[in-house]
Design a protein around this ligand. Structure first.
Ligand code: OOG
Ligand code: MG
Length: 266
């Protein structure tokens, strides 16, 4: 599924450090393909894994997994047509009503997403929609905060995978629902920023069905020799294009049946 690795372990470690420092020091860097134009997706996931190891070594806790570039709106916005995955952490995890300091980020944007928590492990290169559906413990709304470490928020596929798919934080809220109580395809979402509608969408925007995003995550993890354990929080990807946020912005994301999430950026 992913092209073979070409970078040696020392280079992978150096690139992980470069991305990590940019995030910690809140400055942008050139895309990694400037120096390594032949870098593959296999290399990029190796850098992402090395980045995760660095973060965990200083006490950051991985809280789940995320899919990205799963909607046409996001693919068009970023100019990339392939879906990818990364990990999310407790570093900038917030609840409904949170005040989120923009100083924690470089040039943050937000995305309205549908999230799930699994009750069974999912594994294998053939994971189906039915298997994904059967593994869902509950569904909940999430707003992802993304923040590319690359200049002008522009990147190629290998670079953004290495940069943990721009993951920077997330806000959970709304209410938990059983998957059987929700039609994931027609679940509507309205994102308001400062009292104005910024984006609208529905669950079907996510690969035709957010369950497909979960199944694809499992298949991508399988290609890396990993599974998606029981109890995993999964963000299935932005339904709409991402929206810029700045200090002073108040965002309210309303979901049709999943409740709402309010965030104040300070
Ligand atoms: C890459 C991450 C995209 C999503 O939900 O589509 C993503 C990016 O656009 O910076 O998280
Ligand atoms: Mg996202």
């Amino acid at each position: 599924m992913f092209e073979a690795r070409t970078l040696d372990a020392a280079t992978v470690a150096r690139l992980a450090e470069r991305v990590d420092r940019a995030a910690l020091e809140r400055h942008t860097i050139p895309v990694l393909t400037t120096e390594y134009p032949a870098m593959t997706e296999g290399d990029a996931y190796a850098v992402q894994a090395a980045l995760q190891a660095r973060m965990e070594a200083r006490g950051v806790r991985v809280t789940g997994l995320k899919m990205g570039l799963t909607s046409k709106a996001k693919m068009l916005q970023m100019g990339l047509a392939a879906s990818l995955h990364g990990f999310i952490t407790d570093h900038a995890a917030y609840g409904d009503g949170a005040e989120v300091p923009v100083a924690r980020f470089i040039h943050p944007r937000i995305e309205a997403e549908i999230a799930v928590v699994t009750k069974h492990a999912l594994r294998g290169p053939d994971c189906s929609l039915a298997e994904a559906a059967a593994a869902i413990d509950f569904v909940l709304p999430a707003v992802e905060i993304i923040d590319s470490r690359f200049e002008a928020f522009k990147f190629d596929l290998a670079s953004v995978v290495a940069d943990n798919t721009s993951a920077a934080g997330y806000v959970l809220g709304g209410r938990l629902r059983a998957a059987s109580d929700i039609d994931l395809l027609t679940e509507g979402v309205v994102m308001n920023r400062n009292g104005q509608v910024a984006e609208t969408g529905a669950g079907a925007a996510v690969l035709g069905n957010p369950l497909e995003s979960i199944a694809m995550l499992v298949r991508q993890r399988a290609a890396l020799g990993a599974e998606v354990p029981a109890g995993t929080l999964i963000l299935t990807g932005g339904i709409t294009a991402a929206v810029h946020v700045a200090a002073g912005d108040v965002v309210v994301v309303q979901y049709q049946q999943l409740g709402s999430i309010r965030i104040k950026f300070i």
